[in-house]
Structures are given as structure tokens and as C-alpha cells.
Design a protein around this ligand. Structure first.
Ligand code: GRF
Length: 219
């Protein structure tokens, strides 16, 4: 961990976490690795995937994490899909739900407000919203000619990439970057930022105040 993200902290409680994914599962893999290193006190009690054949499912299986697949395409409607995901989440009674490359929208019910996080590969509210995912985000960042980008962890509401922001990290955009080099630099920051935000939650240091998340000091 970089010094920037290694907070002084009291012993965090162990969280029951459900991870939602749709793709390659690098975020899940990172969470598993950070947990194994002892730097993240979470139990990933279930992975819910929206696709049958993605690498993320293999990562879950290899780590012996129970996996539920809720194929979005087979759902009759967006609301039926959302209900199916919510039902699978609720069965686990998680403390926290982590979107990890999850490409769908779910309706955040009152019991889940402030308990679902997402990580986005840009500095929200720029380069966010429907259609801003994966490599597209970095293409848009390069096309805009901005000099810094980064990643954002936020609580999820009913819109894409719109909920209150918990933490952000910046990376420079270099003149000779392409999508791959920029994506790699951003993802290196994501590996630290998501565990950092999860620790803040575990330490009960996050308070939603309207559109703002206040981060309480340690202890
Ligand atoms: C990252 O860009 C992250 O910001 C976004 O999904 C990508 C990671 O996907 N939420 P995955 O974990 O490799 O499936």
C-alpha cells in the first residue's frame, strides 16, 4: 500500500461482502489478493455475475467463493433482472455490496442505500454515465485532451456513476498515452483505492450528507 492510503486505524470489523461483476474480474482478483495479504478484513460470501462465460466467474470458482449467475439477457425486463440480483444479494445478508466491473443498473432499495459501492475508471462526474465503461472511458479521456484522470469510488444510487463520492485518486495523462497505457496506470490506482474505501466503511468512518460523503477521522 502507498503511504497515501495506509490510514492509522483501529481493528476493523470483518465485513460480509457480496461482489457483483460482468467481465474479466480483475477487481475481484485484487480484492481476493489484498484480503489474502491480511490488509483487508472482508469475507466475500458470494459473487453475482451477469454473464455465463466470463473470467470473473473463473476467479470466483478458483477462490471457492459461491457464484450465482443472473443473466441479464434472459430477464424479461430491467426490473425483473434488478429484482433477481437484489434477491440473490439479500440471501447473504451482506454488510456491503461491491460492484466490480458490473455493467448493469439495479434499483437500490432503501435497505441498501449507503451499502453498495462502485469503482469507476475516471474522475467523476466527468466521463461517467451510461455507455462510459471499460476502454470507452479512456478513449474519451484521451479525446478530450485532459492532463489528469484517475478513478472514483462512490456509493451507488439509481443512476449510472452518480452516487455520492467516497474517494478519488489522480493519475497523469501523458502525451504519448494510448488507451492501454492509460488504462493500466488508472487500474494500478484502482488496486489501492477500492480497498482503501472499503476500510473506511469497515471502520464506520463514512457519513452520507446529501450529495457529499463525509470521511470521519480515524479512531
Ligand atoms: C475497471 O475499469 C473498473 O473501474 C470498472 O471495471 C473495470 C474492471 O473490470 N468498474 P474487471 O474487474 O476487470 O471486470
Amino acid at each position: 500500500m502507498s503511504a497515501e492510503f495506509s490510514d492509522e486505524r483501529s481493528e476493523p470489523r470483518r465485513l460480509r461482502v457480496v461482489v457483483l461483476l460482468s467481465g474479466t474480474g480483475r477487481t475481484l482478483e485484487n480484492l481476493i489478493n489484498v484480503r489474502a495479504s491480511g490488509a483487508l478484513a472482508i469475507d466475500i460470501v458470494r459473487v453475482i455475475s451477469t454473464r455465463k462465460r466470463v473470467r470473473g466467474n473463473d476467479i470466483a470458482r478458483a477462490a471457492d467463493i459461491p457464484l450465482t449467475i443472473v443473466p441479464r439477457r434472459k430477464s424479461e425486463s430491467p426490473s425483473q433482472f434488478s429484482e433477481a440480483v437484489l434477491a440473490a444479494i439479500r440471501q447473504e445478508r451482506p454488510d456491503l455490496v461491491l460492484m466490480a466491473g458490473f455493467l448493469s443498473k439495479i434499483a437500490i432499495s432503501p435497505d441498501l442505500v449507503g451499502r453498495v459501492m462502485n469503482i469507476h475508471p475516471a474522475l467523476l462526474p466527468m466521463f461517467g454515465g451510461q455507455g462510459h465503461y471499460g476502454q470507452h472511458v479512456h478513449e474519451q479521456v484521451l479525446a478530450a485532451g485532459v492532463k489528469v484522470t484517475g478513478c472514483t469510488v462512490h456509493f451507488v444510487d439509481d443512476e449510472y456513476d452518480a452516487g455520492p463520492i467516497i474517494a478519488q485518486a489522480c493519475v497523469p495523462v501523458h502525451d504519448d498515452d494510448d488507451v492501454d497505457s492509460l488504462a493500466a496506470r488508472v487500474f494500478a490506482q484502482e488496486r489501492e483505492l477500492y480497498p482503501h474505501a472499503i476500510r473506511l466503511f469497515a471502520e464506520d468512518r463514512l457519513r452520507i450528507d446529501g450529495s457529499l460523503v463525509r470521511v470521519l477521522p480515524p479512531g
